[in-house]
Write a protein that binds this ligand. Structure first.
Ligand code: TMP
Length: 208
């Protein structure tokens, strides 16, 4: 049986460069013959993902708790796919995961961190979380927000605080305010360490 792949999650506020770095990492690893795939959450291609997409684009309104559970359901519907890929030896680089789910929802009034965390319990736990951290000043230099829900400065500040509150020892806090290439090299180095230590270890799942 193939040794399982590594499961890496990128988190961070909008405009931190997550998607670009995820894709650079995936390309570099595949060039080195480390089979790796990119995934992202929310996955807007599923039926649940399409409702989330309509919500984010402000085409529909949903109560905060209901949309929170849809984001979580979107991860649960893809859990078998993630597990099968990892079991077959493919490493996964995932752009946002449960931590975004909690950090964004808990930034809303009346939503507490533990309530938000509960539906995530039992999902696969990543081997490492790379949290791309960008100062508000540097983020502002990268241009304005788009039209989607949550794209405003005060909300993003609260999201950042929530990420920091959830941060544990398996998280790598990465200063994203550097060139694309420097950031990529740092991420490659971190990935190599995680890959070596996660190989052959059993999956972990989120506990309470
Ligand atoms: P995206 O810009 O990475 O496609 O993410 C869309 C938005 O959805 C982004 O503002 C973060 C937010 N989000 C949640 O609120 N809950 C979640 O579970 C996830 C994965 C993202």
């Amino acid at each position: 049986m193939a040794q399982r792949g590594a499961f890496i999650v990128f988190e961070g506020c909008d405009r931190a460069g997550k998607t670009t770095q995820c894709k650079k990492l995936v390309d570099a690893l595949n060039r080195k013959n480390v089979p790796t795939e990119f995934m992202n959450f929310p996955d807007r291609s599923t039926a649940i993902g399409q409702i989330i997409n309509d919500y984010l684009q402000k085409k529909i309104h949903l109560p905060d708790k209901a949309v929170h559970l849809l984001f979580s359901a979107n991860r649960w519907e893809l859990e078998p796919k993630l597990r099968e890929k990892l079991e077959s030896g493919i490493s996964l680089v995932v752009d946002r995961y449960s931590y975004s789910g909690v950090a964004f929802s808990a930034a809303k009034k009346g939503m507490d961190l533990q309530w938000c965390w509960n539906p995530e319990i039992g999902l696969l736990e990543p081997d490492a979380v790379f949290l791309l951290n960008l100062s508000e000043e540097a983020a502002a230099m990268r241009g304005g927000f788009g039209q989607e829900r949550y794209e405003n400065l005060d909300f993003q500040k609260q999201v950042k605080e929530n990420f920091m509150a959830m941060k544990s020892s398996s998280w790598k806090l990465i200063d994203a305010d550097k060139s694309l290439e420097d950031l990529h090299l740092e991420i490659m180095e971190l990935f190599n360490k995680v890959y070596t230590t996660s190989h052959g270890t059993p999956f972990k799942r989120f506990a309470s």
